[in-house]
Design a protein around this ligand. Structure first.
Ligand SMILES: [Zn+2]
Length: 83
């Protein structure tokens, strides 16, 4: 097994979360994440955001929660933009 590397894992993390990757690519990402603490943390944040957003959409969230989610996403995105 060859490690696909952090760069590819990060680039495809979002598609991985949304199950939009080809099976082979998804396997690459999963194997990398399992062995990389950094990407694991990244994935956890992504999973948490995805779950909150999905729940918010299902339950038609109160404005307060929606604002909180959007804030979190912005913080997450701004901390991951290249300097
Ligand atoms: Zn990594």
């Amino acid at each position: 097994m060859t490690d696909c590397g952090c760069e590819k894992a990060r680039a495809e993390l979002e598609e991985y979360l949304h199950h939009e990757l080809q099976a082979a690519d998804a396997t690459d990402i999963r194997e990398h994440v399992e062995n990389c603490a950094d990407c694991q943390a990244e994935l956890r944040v992504g999973v948490a955001i995805t779950e909150v957003v999905q729940r918010a959409c299902r339950e038609s969230a109160p404005d307060e929660l929606r604002t909180l989610v959007l804030q979190r996403i912005r913080v997450f995105q701004s901390s991951h933009e290249p300097a």
